[in-house]
Design a binder for this molecule. Structure first.
Ligand code: SF4
Length: 546
C-alpha cells in the first residue's frame, strides 16, 4: 500500500484485506518500534493488534489511508510523536486528540474523537502525563509564528499525519495519541532533540498496551438512562442561591463547605468568584457567607451571629425538616436515633440540633448500644440520602428493641433519593454495567452505586468520563447510566458522548417517576434585583432553616 508496505505487529494479521481488530498506525519506523515493544507486554504479545507503518508526512499518510478500508480492521488508532503547543505541555507528555483538523487545508473538516476522555483517563492511570485537546496536522515543519497562531486557536499539538489517516478511518472508532518530542521551550532542532525524542518514544511504548485496552472496549451499545437522574430541587436551589448572590453582591461570596457535593459544580462556582471554606474561621469579618445545602448546626449559626456575618441559608428544605423533627423530639424528652453516616455534613448538622439527646445509628449493632432514660421515649430520624433498603433494616432493629419508637411524620429519605434509587434499580436489572455520575463525597450518588450492586450488576461511581475504566466496558452491550442528585446533567451527556466514540450508541430512557418539586428562594434573594443592592442579606440572627 505504501513504499514501505504493510507491517504487521508480531504475528499480526498481515496486509490489506485481512480481518483484524485494532489497526495501529505509526508513521515512522522508530515510532512503530516503540509501539511494538509496548505491545509485547500484552498477554498475547500484541497478536491482536495490526501495527502498520504508514510513512512520514501528509502525502504518504493520504496514500496509506486508502488501505484502511480494505483492511477489515474495525477500529483505528494513530500513534506517534508530535510537537506540543500548549504552555503546560512538557516533553514526554502524551496528547490525546479530542479532534483533529488538517491545518494545510482551509476550511478542513474537523474529525472528532469522542472517546478521547476514556483513553486519556486510562493513560493517566498507566502513569503518563496526559492532555486532551485539538491536534492539527501541518504540511511542513512549521515556523514559530505558525506554532503561535495554532496555539492561540486552541490547538495543543501538531503532527504531520493524523488528519489524512483519520480521514481513511471513515466512521470507524478512532483515536490519536501523540507523545510530545518538542515544545516551544524545547524546539525540534535544539540540543534537546535527542532527549526529547527518547522521552516521547518511551511514552509511546507505555501507551501501546493502553491502546489495546481501548480497542477491547470498542463496540456498539445500548445505553439505558435512569430517570429521574441528576439535579434535585434542593441542589438546583442551592446552586441558584450562590449564583444570585454572586450576581447581586459580586465576588467574593464565601460558601461554608461545598454548596453541593460535586467537584464540577464547585469548580464552576469558584471560577465565578465563590470561595469555599471549611469553617467560618476562614471567612473574613463582614463577608457574605452561604450555608450549604446539607445544613448547619445551631452552633454554626450562633458563631456567624457572634461574628456579625451576613448569611444566606441554602439548606435544602427537606434537610431543614429533619432538623425541625430532631428539635421537636428532643424537646419532648425523646432520645433521637439518627440513622446516617457519621462525618457527613448533613448528619453533623442534624446531630448539632440536640447533641445530648441524639444517638448516631450507623449500623444495626449501634442500636444495641442505645441507652434511653425512658425506653418508651425513643424516636428515629434519617439522613435524607440513605439507601431505603439499608435504612429499613436499622428501623426494624430499633422497633425490635423499642416497639414504641416513633418515626418521622413523613419519610426523611427524600423524594429525590427515593426516585433515583428506584430508577437505578430498574436499569440495573437490564444492564451489564451501571455507571453512576457523581463525586466521591456525594452520599446519594454512592447509595446509587450500592443499590445497583445489590441488584447484582457491576456498578461504579464516576466523577467524569475519564474515570471510566476501559476494562469495565469490555464485553458490555448494555450500559446503564444514572446520576446522583448533585451531578450536573452535562455529566451524563459527556459519558454518552464518550461511549459514542467506541461505537454506535442507542439511548433509551427508563422512567420510574416524574418530578416537579421546586423550592422557593430564601427571603434575602427573592424579588427584583434592585431590592438587593442595598446589601440586605439575611443576618445570622434570623438564620433559622426553612
Ligand atoms: S437530595 Fe433530597 S434532601 Fe438532598 S438536596 Fe436534594 S431534595 Fe434536598
Amino acid at each position: 500500500m505504501t513504499g514501505r508496505g504493510w507491517r504487521s505487529g508480531p504475528g499480526g494479521s498481515g496486509g490489506p484485506g485481512g480481518r483484524c481488530g485494532l489497526m495501529l498506525l505509526a508513521p515512522l519506523r522508530v515510532e512503530a518500534e516503540a509501539l511494538r515493544r509496548g505491545l509485547r507486554r500484552l498477554p498475547d504479545g500484541g497478536e491482536s493488534v495490526h501495527l502498520v507503518r504508514t510513512g512520514y508526512g501528509p502525502a504518504r499518510s493520504a496514500v496509506a489511508a486508502t488501505g484502511i478500508g480494505e483492511s477489515g480492521c474495525g477500529m483505528v488508532a494513530v500513534a506517534g510523536v508530535a510537537g506540543g503547543l500548549a504552555d503546560d505541555i512538557r516533553v514526554g507528555d502524551v496528547v490525546v486528540a479530542s479532534e483533529v483538523a488538517d491545518a494545510g487545508i482551509s476550511d478542513a473538516e474537523r474529525r472528532r474523537c469522542p472517546s478521547a476522555p476514556l483513553l486519556a483517563g486510562e493513560l493517566r492511570r498507566a502513569g503518563l502525563r496526559v492532555h486532551v485537546g485539538p491536534v492539527a496536522t501541518v504540511h511542513k515543519l512549521i515556523e514559530t509564528s505558525a506554532h503561535a497562531d495554532l496555539g492561540a486557536a486552541g490547538v495543543i499539538a501538531v503532527d504531520m499525519e493524523s488528519a489524512p489517516l483519520l480521514a481513511g478511518a471513515g466512521e470507524r472508532p478512532a483515536v490519536v495519541v501523540r507523545a510530545i518530542s518538542d515544545t516551544p521551550a524545547h524546539p525540534l532542532v535544539s540540543p534537546h532533540t535527542v532527549s526529547g525524542g527518547i522521552a516521547a518514544l518511551k511514552s509511546l511504548r507505555l501507551a501501546a498496551p493502553v491502546l489495546a485496552r481501548w480497542a477491547a472496549a470498542v463496540g456498539n451499545r445500548q445505553v439505558l438512562l435512569a430517570s429521574p437522574r441528576s439535579f434535585c430541587a434542593g441542589v438546583e436551589r442551592a446552586i441558584e442561591i450562590v449564583e444570585l448572590a454572586l450576581e447581586r453582591y459580586g465576588s467574593p461570596i464565601y460558601v461554608r463547605k461545598q454548596i453541593v457535593h460535586n467537584t464540577s459544580v464547585v469548580a464552576s462556582l469558584e471560577q465565578r468568584g465563590a470561595i469555599f471554606v471549611d469553617e467560618l474561621d476562614d471567612v473574613p469579618d463582614g463577608a457574605k457567607v452561604v450555608f450549604s445545602a446539607h445544613g448547619v448546626s445551631p452552633e454554626v449559626r450562633q458563631e456567624a451571629m457572634r461574628r456579625g456575618l451576613d448569611t444566606v441559608d441554602a439548606t435544602c428544605p427537606l434537610v431543614a425538616k429533619v432538623h425541625a423533627e430532631a428539635r421537636r423530639f428532643a424537646g419532648d424528652g425523646y432520645l433521637v436515633a439518627l440513622i446516617g453516616h457519621g462525618g457527613h455534613e448533613e448528619v453533623e448538622g442534624t446531630l448539632g440540633e440536640a447533641p445530648g439527646s441524639t444517638a448516631l445509628i450507623e449500623t444495626v449493632d449501634d442500636v444495641a448500644n442505645m441507652r434511653p432514660a425512658d425506653p418508651s421515649k425513643v424516636a428515629y430520624l434519617m439522613q435524607t440520602t440513605l439507601a431505603a433498603d439499608e435504612a429499613a433494616g436499622m428501623v426494624d432493629a430499633i422497633l425490635d428493641r423499642f416497639p414504641a419508637a416513633k418515626g418521622p411524620g413523613s419519610d426523611d429519605i427524600c423524594y429525590a433519593t427515593t426516585n433515583r434509587q428506584r430508577a437505578v434499580r430498574a436499569i440495573a436489572a437490564e444492564s451489564d454495567l451501571v455507571l453512576v455520575a457523581g463525586s466521591a463525597n456525594s452520599s446519594n450518588s454512592l447509595r446509587l452505586v450500592e443499590t445497583a450492586q445489590r441488584a447484582g450488576t457491576s456498578a461504579y461511581l464516576v466523577d467524569s468520563a475519564e474515570d471510566i475504566e476501559l476494562g469495565w466496558l469490555a464485553g458490555t452491550r448494555t450500559v446503564g447510566v444514572a446520576a446522583g442528585a448533585s451531578a450536573p446533567p452535562a455529566m451524563v451527556g459527556q459519558i454518552i458522548d464518550a461511549l459514542s466514540g467506541l461505537g454506535q450508541v442507542e439511548s433509551r430512557e427508563v422512567v420510574v417517576a416524574t418530578e416537579s418539586v421546586q423550592f422557593g428562594l430564601p427571603r434575602e434573594l427573592k424579588g427584583p434585583r434592585e431590592q438587593h443592592l442595598g446589601g440586605e442579606w439575611g443576618r445570622a440572627e434570623r438564620g433559622e432553616a426553612q
